[in-house]
Design a protein around this ligand. Structure first.
Ligand SMILES: O=P(O)(O)OC[C@H]1O[C@](O)(CO)[C@@H](O)[C@@H]1O
Length: 528
C-alpha cells in the first residue's frame, strides 16, 4: 500500500470522540472490507449479548451470576432499585470514610492521622489498585499506598520492614471477594502478627473489602474491624476496579474517584453504540479477531509511551487472559481460546524486546498508547527546538512505522493526558472490548474455572507435607525417599515428596536431608 493509500486508510478508520478527546487508529491492522462484512453478523449478536448483559441477564451462566460492572458508573442502569441504591450508598460511604481518614476524624489509636495504606489482595483485588496508584497517585499523597499481593515471605517481609516504623499509623485494607484466597489470608495473618508484636490491636487498623457473608466479612465483624465495604456478587474480580476494590484506596490517596467513574461512564456511552465503525471497543475486538484469526494466534503487546501507564499491561493481562483464556466455548466444544498479553512501556522497551518485535518471530500485534500532553508546565529544550517529549513522540511514531514496514501490525490509542477521567475511560474501553470479543468467539468471559485446578493441586501438596513430617517424626531411623513415599502411599507422587522435603530442609524446618540432594534415590531423611 503506498503512502497516499495508507493515509486514506488512516482517515477512513480513524475513530475520534470529542467528549473524551480519545482517538483510536486501527489502520495498521491489515484487514479488508470483506472481513468487516463477514464479521458483521457476529457483531450484531455481540451487541445484543452486551445489551442483555447490561440489562441484568445471567451473563455468567456457569456461576449463575449477573455481570454488572457497567452499573457501577451508571447506577440508573442497574436492573433493580436495591442494586441501584446499594451502588449509590457504597460510593457515598467510600467518600465519607476516606475523607474522615484523610482529615483525621478517623485516626489510629493514640495518633492524629493515618499516614500509609497497606493493601493486601491478589489478582483482581490488587492489579487495578496498583495500576491506578501508579497512573494517578499524586506525588505527595495524603496516604501512601503499599501492596502485599503474594504469599512470598520475603516480599511480605520487605513491605512490612519498610513500614515497621509507621505501622502504628498504617491503615490495612484486606481485599478479597471470596474472602478465602490463601495468599491474601496469609498476608493478613502475617501483617496482624507484626501489629501484635508491636502491641497494636490490628482490628483498629483494618478494613475489609469483601463479598457478603464471606469468611473475611465474618471475621471483620466479629473482631470489630474499622469498616467493611461490599464487593458485590455481580462484579467479577478482574472488573472490580470501579467498585470499592479500586475506589476506596484511590479516594484515600486523594484521587478524584468521581472523575474516574465519569470517564468510564462516558466511554460506556460511546461503546454501547451497536454500530461497528462508531464503537471503539468493537473496533478493538474486530482488530483482535483479525490479528489472531479469532483463535488468539497473535499475542497482544501493550506499549504505552508514558511511565505512569506502566502497569496497564499487567492489569490488562488479567482482564484479557482470565476472561478469554478458556478451554470450552458456550456450547461445550473444546476451543482453547485466549489472547496472550504482555508489555511494559515505550520507549524503554525499544532498548529491550522491540528488537524481536521488529525482526523476530511475527507472533504478535502491538497496541501503542499515545498521550498527547507531555507534561504540565514548560519543557526544556534538549536540542534546539526539541524536547524530551518530542523524542518520546518520535520514538512511538518511528517504532510504529518500522514495525509496519516489516509486516507487523499495530493499533494506536491516543488520549489527551493521563488523568482520572482518561484512566476510567481506558478501563471501560477494555472491559467492553473483552466482553464483545468473548461474544464473537462464543465463550463465557466471566468465569475462571482453570485457576481452580492449581489451587486444588497446591492444597494436596500441603497435605502431603504434613503427612511426610508426621511419618518422619514417628520413624525410628532415617528413611530413604522411596520408603518415605511408600509409607505415605504416595509413590506416584515421589517427585513432589522429594521437593517438599528439600524445601523444608532448606528452611531448617522439621526435616533433615543427609546425603547428596542431587541424587534423590540416595538421600536419607529424618525429622529435625
Ligand atoms: O478477590 P479474591 O476472591 O481474593 O480473588 C482474587 C483473584 O483470584 C481469582 O479468583 C483467581 O484465582 C481472580 O479471578 C480474582 O481476581
Amino acid at each position: 500500500m503506498d503512502a497516499a493509500a495508507l493515509w486514506q486508510r488512516y482517515q477512513d478508520w480513524l475513530f475520534y470522540d470529542a467528549g473524551l478527546g480519545f482517538y483510536l487508529d486501527i489502520s495498521r491492522m491489515r484487514f479488508d472490507e470483506a472481513f468487516v462484512e463477514q464479521m458483521q453478523p457476529r457483531f450484531n449478536k455481540a451487541f445484543e449479548d452486551m445489551a442483555a448483559l447490561e440489562a441484568g441477564a445471567i451473563a455468567n451462566p456457569d456461576e449463575n451470576r449477573m455481570v454488572g460492572h457497567y452499573w457501577l458508573r451508571d447506577p440508573d442502569l442497574a436492573p433493580t432499585s436495591i442494586i441501584r441504591q446499594d451502588i449509590i450508598d457504597t460510593l457515598v460511604y467510600i467518600e465519607e470514610f476516606s475523607s474522615k481518614v484523610r482529615t483525621g476524624v478517623i485516626h489510629p489509636p493514640d495518633r492524629e492521622k493515618f499516614t500509609d495504606i497497606l493493601s493486601i489482595g491478589i489478582g483482581g483485588s490488587a492489579l487495578g489498585p496498583q495500576f491506578v496508584a501508579q497512573a494517578l497517585g499524586p506525588d505527595f499523597p495524603p496516604l501512601e499506598v503499599h501492596f502485599i499481593d503474594n504469599t512470598d515471605p520475603e516480599g511480605i517481609d520487605r513491605t512490612l520492614s519498610r513500614l515497621a516504623e509507621r505501622l502504628s499509623t498504617t491503615l490495612v485494607i484486606v481485599t478479597s471477594k471470596s474472602g478465602g484466597t490463601q495468599e491474601t489470608r496469609n498476608g493478613m495473618i502475617e501483617t496482624k502478627y507484626r501489629y501484635e508484636a508491636q502491641g497494636l490491636d490490628f482490628s483498629k487498623y483494618a478494613i475489609a473489602v469483601t463479598g457478603a457473608s464471606s469468611n473475611l466479612e465474618k471475621m471483620a465483624h466479629s473482631q470489630g474491624w474499622l469498616a467493611t465495604f461490599p464487593m458485590h456478587d455481580w462484579v467479577g474480580g478482574r472488573t472490580s476496579e470501579l467498585s470499592a476494590v479500586g475506589l476506596l484506596p484511590a479516594a484515600l490517596q486523594g484521587i478524584d474517584i468521581r472523575s474516574i467513574l465519569g470517564g468510564a461512564k462516558q466511554m460506556d456511552g460511546v461503546t454501547r453504540t451497536p454500530e461497528l465503525s462508531q464503537n471503539p471497543a468493537a473496533l478493538l475486538a474486530l482488530a483482535w479477531y483479525h490479528a489472531g484469526n479469532g483463535k488468539g494466534e497473535k499475542d497482544m503487546v501493550i506499549l504505552p509511551y508514558k511511565d505512569s501507564l506502566l502497569l496497564f499491561s499487567r492489569y490488562l493481562q488479567q482482564l484479557v487472559m482470565e476472561s478469554l483464556g478458556k478451554e470450552k466455548d458456550l456450547d461445550g466444544n473444546v476451543v482453547y481460546q485466549g489472547i496472550a498479553v504482555y508489555g511494559n512501556k515505550g520507549s524503554t522497551d525499544q532498548h529491550a524486546y522491540v528488537q524481536q518485535l521488529r525482526e523476530g518471530v511475527p507472533s504478535f500485534f502491538v497496541t501503542f498508547i499515545e498521550v498527547l500532553e507531555d507534561r504540565q508546565g514548560e519543557s526544556v529544550q534538549v536540542e534546539p527546538g526539541i524536547t524530551s517529549g518530542d523524542y518520546l513522540f518520535g520514538f512511538l511514531q518511528g517504532t510504529r512505522q518500522a514495525l509496519f514496514d516489516n509486516g507487523r501490525e499495530s493499533i494506536t490509542l491516543t488520549i489527551p493526558q493521563v488523568n482520572a477521567h482518561t484512566v476510567g475511560a481506558l478501563i471501560a474501553l477494555y472491559e467492553r472490548a473483552v466482553g464483545l470479543y468473548a461474544s464473537l468467539v462464543n465463550i463465557n468471559a466471566y468465569h475462571q474455572p482453570g485457576v481452580e485446578a492449581g489451587k486444588k493441586a497446591a492444597a494436596s501438596v500441603l497435605e502431603l507435607q504434613l503427612q511426610a513430617v508426621q511419618i518422619l517424626q514417628a520413624a525410628e531411623e532415617p528413611l530413604s525417599l522411596q520408603s518415605l513415599a511408600e509409607k505415605m502411599g504416595a509413590t506416584h507422587d515421589i517427585e513432589t515428596v522429594y521437593k517438599l522435603v528439600r524445601h523444608l530442609h532448606a528452611n531448617q524446618r522439621q526435616v533433615v536431608i543427609q546425603g547428596d540432594p542431587g541424587l534423590p534415590s540416595e538421600i536419607r531423611l529424618s525429622a529435625l
